[in-house]
Design a protein. Structure first.
Length: 369
């Protein structure tokens, strides 16, 4: 049978996931694809929509729609076929609205947009949300954030993201909704900019220079976490040697930064979703562990999830000491990773069967040696 998804151009998985999250989809990982509800018609069936990770091609099982292009899904959520509106969410130079049009196959480089520092003056010094989470005003001043009341970040506590090559340049914003609840149809975090290019908070300018990067260099250790919320909690506990992935997993640019820093110890510490049927944070950590294996010796890599759901919860419950004292036994951890890859969840972590087999063999050889 012909694979209908190959008729459409490929997008980066992170780019698709970023767009879906920004639109408000809540995704369930099913290996090669995600399942979700039809939010444009207020659907509550979490398996109604199937979206392929490699192309964004999707199917609607409730309305019995066959394979559809990603732009059509974006258009449905936005309630428009206007190319300019859809282009705000999808690079239509890469994924055309009309697939009969002749495509320009030249490689296009997506540049970071630089924002004015004047935008920071529009953020109000309304810090109650994070003060209630026991984050001090001194820490919040380091991050230069504030509450947005207008624009795309309206209703969100918003943080600027600074460029690595020209650290004075603001290349994006990330904002946490203050109205979010687990039942909300909009995302907890929203991002403006190319977050796969963000090396955060390593190039956040402070009164002490680039102290976050300096601490990574001095400690020869980096802790990889999911969100700015984790970063705030770590900083409040005087742990500055960390890198935020913004929920996407470690990106190519972040890997380049890690290779340049060449730390002796890389700790992956994503959210601990142990209360869920599938611990997504753990599986994401294993996925990035496998990815980083191509660049670092196994002796440098470890997974050390928070002892609560995340570092913010740890800070609220005062359990940082428990996490710090938690011992990671490398061989036992590699055995666990190997067992996970060999299980039915292995294909959800590495969807390429050949690559999955190769990584299993490599880890087994490491343990045998």
């Amino acid at each position: 049978m012909e694979d209908k998804t190959t008729q459409y151009p490929r997008l980066e998985q992170g780019e698709i996931q970023e767009t879906l999250t920004e639109l408000g989809f809540r995704l369930s990982d099913r290996g090669a694809y995600w399942q979700t509800s039809a939010i444009w018609r207020n659907g509550d069936n979490p398996t109604a929509i199937q979206i392929y990770k490699d192309s964004g091609v999707w199917r609607d099982f409730v309305e019995d729609l066959g394979h559809q292009p990603f732009t059509r899904l974006v258009g449905k959520v936005l309630g428009t076929n206007d190319k300019k509106q859809i282009q705000k969410y999808v690079r239509t130079d890469k994924l055309e609205l009309n697939f009969l049009e002749e495509r320009d196959n030249r490689v296009k480089i997506k540049m970071d947009q630089v924002y004015s520092k004047a935008d920071l003056k529009r953020l109000l010094p309304h810090h109650k949300f994070y003060l209630d989470k026991k984050i001090s005003l001194d820490t919040l001043k380091i991050y230069q954030g504030g509450y947005a009341t207008v624009g795309k970040m309206n209703g969100r506590y918003t943080f600027p993201v600074f460029q690595d090559k020209v650290p004075e340049n603001i290349i994006g914003f990330t904002g946490r909704s203050l109205r979010y609840t687990p039942s909300s149809t909009f995302p907890k975090w929203k991002h403006i900019g190319q977050r796969r290019n963000w090396i955060y908070p390593l190039y956040l300018p402070t009164s002490e220079g680039y102290m976050f990067r300096d601490h990574v260099e001095k400690s020869q250790e980096v802790i990889i976490v999911e969100s700015v919320g984790d970063s705030l909690a770590l900083t409040e506990n005087k742990i500055y040697n960390h890198l935020v992935t913004f929920g996407l997993g470690v990106s190519s640019k972040q890997i380049c930064e890690l290779v340049a820093l060449n730390p002796s110890n890389i700790i992956i510490a994503y959210n601990n979703d142990s209360d869920k049927t599938v611990n997504v944070g753990l599986e994401s950590a294993i996925k990035d562990f496998i990815k980083l294996m191509d660049f670092f010796d196994l002796s440098k890599l470890s997974i050390k999830l928070p002892v609560e759901n995340d570092f913010s919860d740890m800070h609220m419950k005062d359990t940082f000491a428990t996490w710090k004292n938690k011992e990671v036994k490398k061989d036992s951890q590699i055995k666990f990773i190997l067992k996970t890859l060999e299980s039915s969840r292995g294909f959800s972590i590495i969807s390429n069967k050949k690559k999955l087999k190769s990584k299993i063999e490599f880890l087994q050889e490491y343990l045998d040696y």
